[in-house]
Design a protein around this ligand. Structure first.
Ligand SMILES: Nc1nc2c(c(=O)[nH]1)N[C@H]1C(S)=C(S)[C@@H](COP(=O)(O)O)O[C@H]1N2
Ligand SMILES: [Mo]
Length: 328
C-alpha cells in the first residue's frame, strides 16, 4: 500500500479531523448552552513544543512497571505498519471524563486506580470480582500488536498487553440467556471534570457493549498494559477493552463492571447520537459516517512531531478473518 506522507503542524489534527469533539460543539451550539469553547482550544503536543519539562512529565506517566514475563502472541506479532511512537500515543487520547480534547494526559493522572476491582456479574453461573492481581494470575497474559482505528478517521498501531476476553467469559460461565455484555467505566465526579459543558446531561458512566459472540471472538482483548508496561492512566488504566475490528469508542477505558445480559444495553455514544455511533460500529471503509468518509484514515506513527500518513481503511480494520462470520 502506498503511503502518502503528509507532514503537518501540531495544531492541524484537532482542527482538521471532524471529530467526536466537534459533535459536542455542534450540540452545544444547537442547544445554545453557554460554556468554554473547546473547539478553539488547541494544546501543543509535548514533542513539538520542545518543552523538556512537559516532555519528562509525560515520560513519567508512561514509565510504569514492566509486565513480566511477557510473550507476544505469534498470530499478532506484527501488522503491515510500524508501531506508533509511545510518546505520541501517550499524549493523543480520547478520554472525555477528563476533557473534550486530545491533550488530557495531565488531567488523567488524577484517575484513582488503587485499589481497583472489576465486578463480573449478571447472567453467569460464577460471578466474580477480580482485582488486578487476580486477572494476571488466573489468565494468560500476552502481548498483541493491533491496528487501532478511531471513528474520527485517525489511527495508530499499538502493542497491548492483556488477556483474551474469551478466557474471562469461560471463567464466569454465562448462562444460556446471556446474549450481550455491557462494560462500565469508572465515573468519579471528584476527579473527572468531563468535557467542560452540560456535564449533567451526559449519560455517565461511560458504557459500551458487545454481543456475547463478539466477546468470544479470538481478537477481543482486555488490556492491562501497553508498550510492555502497566497501562498509563490516559490509556484507561488499569483495565480497558481493546476491540481492533471496531471503532475505538467501543473499547471502554478504566472498566469497573462487566455484565452479561439478555438484551442489548444502552451505551454512551449510541445514546447521545444513535445515527452516528452505532452499537455494532465495525470498521467499514464503504460505510461513511454521516459527517465524513471512512474510506481512508490518518495513520499516526512516527514522533516526535505529530504527522500522519493517509492510508486506506481496511474492512474490519484488517481482522475480517476472525470476525466477519459474526455478521452474515
Ligand atoms: N471511559 C472512556 N473510554 C473511552 C473513551 C472515553 O472517552 N471514555 N474514548 C474512546 C475513544 S473515542 C477512543 S478513540 C479510545 C482512545 O484510546 P486511547 O486514548 O488509549 O488511544 O478510547 C475509547 N474509550
Ligand atoms: Mo474515538
Amino acid at each position: 500500500m502506498a503511503f502518502l506522507h503528509v507532514p503537518s503542524g501540531w495544531q492541524l489534527p484537532e482542527r482538521a479531523v471532524t471529530s467526536e469533539t466537534v459533535y459536542f460543539n455542534r450540540r452545544r451550539f444547537l442547544k445554545g448552552v453557554v460554556g468554554a469553547s473547546i473547539g478553539a482550544t488547541t494544546v501543543s503536543l509535548v514533542g513539538c513544543q520542545k518543552n523538556s519539562k512537559a516532555q519528562s512529565a509525560l515520560q513519567m506517566t508512561l514509565d510504569l512497571p514492566e509486565i513480566e514475563p511477557l510473550s507476544t502472541n505469534p498470530a499478532f506479532a506484527q501488522v503491515d505498519r510500524p508501531v506508533t511512537d509511545r510518546l505520541l500515543a501517550g499524549q493523543y487520547n480520547n478520554f472525555y471524563e477528563f476533557g473534550g480534547n486530545k491533550s488530557i494526559w495531565p488531567q488523567a493522572q488524577n484517575l484513582p486506580t488503587d485499589p481497583w476491582a472489576v465486578e463480573v456479574t449478571g447472567l453467569v453461573r460464577k460471578p466474580r470480582t477480580f482485582d488486578l492481581d487476580d486477572l494476571k494470575r488466573e489468565f494468560p497474559v500476552e502481548e498483541r500488536i493491533y491496528r487501532f482505528r478511531c471513528v474520527e478517521a485517525w489511527s495508530m498501531v499499538l502493542p497491548w498487553v492483556g488477556i483474551p476476553m474469551r478466557a474471562l467469559v469461560a471463567a464466569v460461565e454465562p448462562t444460556a440467556n446471556a446474549k450481550y455484555v455491557r462494560f462500565t467505566s469508572l465515573y468519579d465526579p471528584e476527579t473527572m471534570p468531563g468535557p467542560g459543558f452540560h456535564l449533567g446531561s451526559l449519560p455517565w458512566p461511560y458504557t459500551e457493549g458487545l454481543t456475547l459472540d463478539e466477546m468470544n471472538s479470538e481478537v477481543a482483548f482486555l488490556a492491562i498494559g501497553i508498550y510492555g508496561r502497566e497501562l498509563p492512566k490516559q490509556h484507561g488504566a488499569p483495565v480497558r477493552a481493546v476491540l481492533p475490528w471496531k471503532y475505538g469508542f467501543k473499547g471502554g477505558k478504566s472498566i469497573v463492571k462487566i455484565e452479561f445480559l439478555a438484551e442489548q444495553p444502552a451505551t454512551y455514544w449510541n445514546t447521545l447520537a444513535p445515527n452516528e455511533y452505532g452499537f455494532i460500529a465495525n470498521v467499514n471503509p464503504t460505510k461513511p459516517h454521516p459527517r465524513w468518509s471512512q474510506a481512508t484514515e490518518k495513520f499516526i506513527s512516527t514522533g516526535p512531531d505529530l504527522s500522519w500518513d493517509i492510508v486506506e481503511t481496511l474492512p474490519f480494520n484488517g481482522y475480517g478473518e476472525y470476525v466477519a462470520h459474526l455478521y452474515p
